[in-house]
Design a protein around this ligand. Structure first.
Ligand code: ZN
Length: 223
């Protein structure tokens, strides 16, 4: 049993579907059908990728490729909205996402919840999240934060900070994919449709590098 599998089996209440050479998926009831949606739209990339961390991996989920299909985006938003409702049963007034990655899924979650949808942007010079374009929120308005993919949760945390400073009551956060293996803590109840941990290698010990396979950044088209 590989170390990742051993860790996964140690988690309560999850039933991991695992390949020791690839992605670990903690299977929620809908996780497998979500991954199938990624596969069928070419968003489940197989190849040799350099992650933001600098580590190399042979699999990558490019959510933009599934969200380019409005029907798929609507389905993902609806499922995420259902999970959010379980997490935060009270009235929700607002969905907020960070641009650009969270825009489409956040919009679809808001549609399913019947709320407004607004977004935050990073200011170019400082890199700080900002509320712009005249977007406002009511005092104490129950708000959820939606991203497409969470890796460390840092972006969601930045968004929550801005919203709280503006008077919002952030009641939950959600993403389609959680790449933290469930470990990301954003300070509010959080849910993801698929929770996974990507098996990754240091470049020096990467088996794909050793086989001479060119590495690409996710977002670039793999060979
Ligand atoms: Zn490599």
């Amino acid at each position: 049993m590989c170390a990742v599998l051993a860790r996964a089996r140690g988690r309560r209440g999850v039933h991991p579907s695992i390949r020791c050479d690839g992605i670990v998926t903690f299977v929620t009831p809908q996780a497998e059908s979500i991954l199938e949606l990624f596969r069928s739209t070419g968003a489940y990339l197989q190849g040799h990728f350099r992650l933001t961390s600098g580590l190399h991996s042979q699999e990558y989920l490019q959510s933009a490729l599934v969200l380019q299909h409005p029907a798929a985006a609507e389905k993902l938003g609806r499922l995420l909205a259902e999970s959010i409702r379980e997490l935060a049963p009270g009235r929700i007034g607002l969905v907020v996402s960070p641009a650009l990655g969270g825009l489409i899924v956040g919009h679809e979650v808001a549609r399913a919840l019947g709320t407004r949808f607004i977004f935050l942007e990073r200011e170019a010079a400082s890199g700080k999240m900002q509320l712009r374009r005249g977007f406002t929120m009511g005092p104490g308005e129950a708000t959820v934060v939606i991203e497409d993919v969470i890796t460390t949760g840092g972006t969601t945390v930045d968004v929550i900070e801005v919203l709280r400073a503006a008077g919002a009551n952030v009641v939950a956060a959600g993403s389609i994919i959680d790449r933290s293996g469930g470990h990301a803590d954003v300070g509010v109840p959080r849910v993801a449709l698929v929770t996974m941990q990507v098996a990754a290698h240091y470049p020096e010990t990467c088996p794909l590098c050793q086989r001479g396979i060119p590495v690409v950044k996710p977002g670039s088209r793999p060979v």
